[in-house]
Design a binder for this molecule. Structure first.
Ligand code: SAH
Ligand code: SF4
Length: 346
């Protein structure tokens, strides 16, 4: 098995069968994380890039079975911030020393192309790099946001198992989501995708396919999120919470896509106090501190127990900086583009 990890570390290529073997082995977590940590250091260095996360609306027209923001969750009070509020939070993120903000929301039709472009322009005037994570849109809409100044886009494929996707994302279509991902890449965005790990009936073979999909669509960033059941969703009794398996998928992603950006996801931190640390020592090089105001934060419930729910933006950020220093790493000083994307611009 060590041979396979060595092969991944040196060639950055494994086939599906080899990935499945590594995912099946219950004894190789530490070896995989160590190998991914070395590859991370070699290709993207010791800096950890911070992205200020602004969760600006929890309205969603979709009904993903796993997600607390799904439209049929009537227990969740809904909010949307106004344009000034969103831009002033971005300005505050800049004052706190952040260089990138991520605007994330459910699929909220109130934010039409014109409104989104106004917000994008307002934030770009601040001199920040800007990532959008607002779901599936037409190619024309993605082009309009890009034209307005958006730099990056996050949209997870969630799973490459089409049956699992159809079961968990009613009314949505896997091919259309994959097409959104391809459109974003073609438009020149720094492309972020990712998957959930631990969905009911998810096979190790499909996780192997997920990793190969990230390579195929040429991701610049990949976020791996352990699925955490939410009590107000149809999956409330599902198991989920597979931190170690999520860490393995993340480490394998680093081994196969060595020069991309990989966040230590908040869901990993939510599952264990050292979840984020393990991720940062196993291939991750990005953290997304929450800069949403505390009043709204408790209602952005993709899943329960998000660790940052009770903190103010400044307190969240300080916690993160302390952690980075305690790991002997440094806070990224620039925009923190993925080296993979930068190489493509040459
Ligand atoms: N609406 C947009 C962005 C917000 S959702 C979109 O769907 O792309 C952001 C991510 O939250 C999703 O991609 C999904 O992977 C994750 N998520 C949703 N429910 C979750 C849960 N119960 N546990 C862990 N992650 C979850
Ligand atoms: Fe909406 Fe995104 Fe949640 Fe699906 S995962 S219900 S699209 S917020």
């Amino acid at each position: 098995m060590d041979d396979l990890i060595l092969k991944a570390k040196t060639t950055h290529n494994l086939n599906k069968e080899e990935l499945i073997l590594l995912l099946q082995d219950e004894t190789n977590l530490d070896s995989l994380l160590n190998a991914a940590n070395k590859v991370r250091q070699e290709y993207v260095g010791d800096e950890i890039h911070l992205r200020g996360l602004i969760e600006f609306s929890n309205f969603c027209k979709n009904n993903c079975l796993y997600c607390g923001l799904r439209r049929d969750n009537k227990n969740l009070p809904r909010y949307r911030m106004d344009e000034e509020n969103i831009i002033s939070l971005a300005a505050h993120a800049k004052e706190m020393g952040l260089h990138t903000v991520v605007l994330q929301s459910g699929e909220d039709l109130h934010f039409n192309t014109e409104r989104m472009c106004r917000i994008v322009r307002g934030i770009k005037e601040l001199g920040l790099a800007l990532t959008l994570s607002i779901g599936e849109k037409t190619k024309e809409e993605y082009a309009a946001y890009k034209q307005a100044g958006a730099d990056r886009y996050l949209i997870r494929i969630e799973t490459t198992d089409k049956k699992l996707y159809a079961d968990n994302d009613p009314g949505m279509n896997w091919e259309e989501r994959a097409q959104c991902i391809r459109n974003l890449k073609a438009l020149g965005y720094e492309l972020g995708s990712g998957c959930l790990v631990g969905l009911p009936n998810q096979s190790l073979a499909s996780l192997a396919d997920d990793i190969l999909f990230f390579k195929e669509v040429d991701c610049d960033m990949v976020g791996i999120g352990p699925f955490i059941p939410h009590p107000d969703t149809p999956l409330k009794n599902a198991g989920g919470k597979k931190l170690n398996l999520s860490l393995k998928v993340m480490a394998l992603t680093r081994l196969l896509l060595p020069d991309i950006n990989i966040p230590a996801t908040t869901a990993m931190e939510t599952l264990a106090p050292d979840g984020q640390t393990k991720a940062l020592n196993g291939g991750a090089n990005v953290i997304m501190p929450n800069v949403t105001l505390t009043d709204y934060r408790k209602f952005y419930q993709l899943y329960p127990g998000k660790t940052t729910t009770g903190y103010t933006p400044d307190a969240s950020l300080q916690k993160v900086i302390d952690k980075i220093q305690s790991l002997g790493r440094t806070v990224g000083l620039g925009y923190g583009q993925s080296p993979h994307w930068l190489k493509e611009q040459c």
